[in-house]
Design a protein around this ligand. Sequence first.
Ligand code: PEP
Length: 257
Amino acid sequence: MTQREKPARLVVGNWKMHGGLAENAALLQDILAGLQAKQGARPACLVAVCSPYPYLGQLQQVLSESTVAWGAQNVNEHERGAFTGEVSVDMLADFGCRYVIVGHSERRALFGETSELVAAKAERALEGGLIPIVCVGETLAERESGRTESVVGEQLRAVLDRLGPKITNTVLAYEPVWAIGTGKTASPEQAQEVHAFLRGLVAQRYIDQAAGLQLLYGGSVKPGNAAELFAKPDINGGLIGGAALVAKDFLDIVAAG
Ligand code: PEP
């Protein structure tokens, strides 16, 4: 990594298909109260939460006056049209979303999303003024057969090919599939190695911008391992699943950011 300016730390909660109006209200209230109590103690990192679509209005209502940003977990790659059941970038923008997660491994594995589709979604998000959080990651079998770099490299290259230098307007999240929701975290060294590889790939094309790319780690991040992960030079924060549903855990991770 070059010595150019480092991006701000960012911690994003991915609520997945969890929550409900009452549950969300309580969680958000605790998060906001916790953040307020810590204000001034140290420079806070950027914080965001990504909820299921039906709760984006609730996030907008509750978080508008706060420092916490919000977003969705998926979006359609088209601007508008006959795509029953789908949601467009403009609709997310209507609800004040700043971020949208694209290419989460659950969407790639369970909904057949290809790297090309993920790249198209990322492009559409940028065109519509949202920041895509582009997820890449290898399975355990891929890691064990020594294919981590070729897999995450292919996933990133599809986005790089499509976005060109605009890649630096995205957030990239390295989420090893074997560490998501399993309690197994990549060691800080394992995560750093892949992060440095990903940043290096961007640097091969856009040397001046690569250092400023916000690169998050995701996969069983907890209060107990967040600080060590975030201390690595190429890790600029985290994408948090399970622990984002528990206010105290999420706040402790944010405090490590
Ligand atoms: C995720 O779903 O993006 C994730 C990282 O989940 P968890 O933190 O639960 O492993």
